[in-house]
Design a protein around this ligand. Sequence first.
Ligand code: NAD
Length: 276
Amino acid sequence: MSTPDQRFKDKVVIVTGSSSGIGKACAVYFGQLGAKVVVNYSANADAGNEVLEEITKNGGTAILVKADVSKEEEVKAMFNQTIATYGRLDILVSNAGLQQDSSFLEMTLQQWQKVIDVNLTGQFLACREAARQFVAQEAAASKDEPNHSELSIGKIILMSSVHDIIPWAGHVNYAASKGGIMMFMKSISQELAPHKIRVNSVSPGAIKTTINKEVWSDPEKYKGLLNLIPYKRIGTPQDVAKAVGWLASDDSDYVNGETLYTDGGMTLYPEFADNG
Ligand code: NAD
């Protein structure tokens, strides 16, 4: 019998928004690979508990923490609980996000603000706490024993979207939040690289989750969607989890400030495939 892959053995991972979809797949994936996982939810405790059970019933280690990523005190409390439980943090997957769609002419300030608060300010709050923790634990560790390792001391993976470069009418709040993530990610990567903290994004294309159920559950809309995907299939949350896993591993140690498009080629201008 082959030995199970434990590439994240004892690494502590927070995955925000992990009670469903892509975040859930990431939490389960890290759990399978030996990590200690912090499953985060903001509203649906039952869904969060299901993820927790899925990880632990397969021998994984996890805790469930309620926190709204757009609220500073709740984000701080989530990190505090993580450190109180596991003593450290190694990886943040800053995944929580939502859509509040409207034509631009009809969009309310509330719809704009909600998406920016969760998708962009939520990233700021979680990434800042993670970076502070990485720096603090490294300072504490190297007081006793200087760190001579060349490898990264902490990894941050932000969940962006192909809409960080593809404009999206009817979703300008969402596209603006994801475009913002791109420059936020690159800037903090530049600032944190000297601390040996690596920051990268994953930008999924169309992934089958509740966020876009309205599209993939309608045969006509689904057909239209496939026209936008050269690879001719919708992505799965597991496709994204594996991309996140690579960026969180030391296999990608020299990758900093990059965006990994995980989109079946959606960003390849598919409408030009027949000569435009
Ligand atoms: P989803 O709706 O299943 O997951 C989003 C998660 O974020 C949910 O678990 C939700 O509870 C959580 N969340 C929302 N607001 C929160 C808050 N204030 N605090 C904490 N958690 C909160 O959808 P998904 O497709 O899995 O989306 C996950 C991420 O992937 C999002 O950032 C989304 O923008 C991004 N994304 C998804 C797709 C796709 O096609 N599904 C494509 C590109 C990017």
